[in-house]
Design a protein around this ligand. Structure first.
Ligand SMILES: [Fe+2]
Length: 239
C-alpha cells in the first residue's frame, strides 16, 4: 500500500485525554477537520497502551471514541472513527494479549517495537501473539533500527569492489535484507508506515528506511501517527 493513500488512517492519537495526544475535545475536533480536508473518511483511534505510563482502559477508549464521534456529527465533520490501541512490545505485552483490543473490524493488533528491545523478545512475543490467532501489525517499522534494511543502493566499498571486479550481476543485486524483518514477514505480520517518515519528518535515516520499505512493497497499512493539529499539518503538508 502506498503511504500516501488518504482514505483511512490506521494510526492516530486523536482521542482527548488518554495518552500524549490532545488533552481537550476542541483540539481533537481541529485534528478531525484537518483529516477531512485532506480527504480522509475513516480514522482509527489508537491510544498508547504502555504499562505504568499510558494505562487507559478499553472502556475509556470506547467511551472516548463515542464522545468524539458524537461531536464530529454535531459539527458536520464527515469522518467515521474506529477503535484500536498502540501496544508496546515489552515484558507486559503477552499478559495484555489475554484480552487485546483489535483494530476494529480486523484481526490486527497494532504493536510498536521499542529500540531497546532484544531480537529474541520481539520474536518470542510476536510468535505468541500470532499463535493466539491475531495478526501483529507493526507500527512504523521504519523507525525501528532492529528492522532497518541493508541499503545496497548506497555507495559502499563492497559494492564498488564488486563493480571493479566486473561482477555486474552482483552489483545489480539490490535486494535489501534484514533477518528479523524476514522472520516477521514469514510469521505473517503486517506493517504500518508513517506518512511523516516518507516526508522526512523524523530525519534522513528514517526517510531512507521508509523509502526502502515502500520500494520493497512491505507496507500493508498507512497512518499519520498524529498527536496534535500542528504535527498533522506538517505530516499532511497543509500550511
Ligand atoms: Fe503512535
Amino acid at each position: 500500500m502506498p503511504l500516501t493513500q488518504r482514505h483511512t488512517d490506521y494510526h492516530t492519537h486523536i482521542l482527548p485525554g488518554l495518552d500524549d495526544g490532545p488533552r481537550e475535545m476542541d483540539v481533537s475536533l481541529e485534528m478531525a477537520r484537518l483529516f477531512a480536508l485532506a480527504g480522509y473518511r475513516e480514522i482509527y483511534c489508537t491510544p498508547h497502551l504502555i504499562k505504568g505510563m499510558f494505562d487507559a482502559s478499553e472502556a475509556d477508549v470506547l467511551q472516548g471514541r463515542n464522545n468524539l464521534q458524537r461531536a464530529l456529527e454535531k459539527n458536520g465533520i464527515p469522518i467515521k472513527l474506529l477503535v484500536g490501541r498502540e501496544y508496546y512490545l515489552d515484558e507486559f505485552l503477552l499478559d495484555l494479549m489475554k484480552h487485546p483490543m483489535l483494530l476494529e473490524g480486523t484481526t490486527c493488533i497494532m504493536i510498536e517495537i521499542p529500540a531497546n528491545t532484544s531480537v529474541d523478545l520481539v520474536k518470542e512475543s510476536l510468535f505468541a501473539v500470532k499463535r493466539r490467532g491475531y495478526t501483529p501489525l507493526i507500527a512504523h517499522p521504519e523507525r525501528c533500527q532492529l528492522l532497518e534494511m541493508a541499503d545496497h543502493s548506497q555507495h559502499s566499498p563492497g559494492r564498488f569492489k564488486r563493480w571493479l571486479s566486473g561482477s555486474r550481476e552482483q552489483y545489480n543485486n539490490n535486494q535489501p535484507g534484514n533477518d528479523l524483518l524476514d522472520y516477521l514477514k514469514l510469521l505473517g505480520c503486517q506493517f504500518q508506515g508513517n506518512l511523516g517518515s516518507i516526508n522526512g519528518q523524523y530525519g534522513n535515516r528514517v526517510k531512507t528506511s521508509a523509502q526502502n520499505f515502500q520500494k520493497n512493497g512491505i507496507y500493508t497499512h498507512s497512518g499519520t501517527d498524529a498527536h496534535s493539529p500542528e504535527s498533522l499539518k506538517t505530516i499532511l503538508g497543509i500550511a
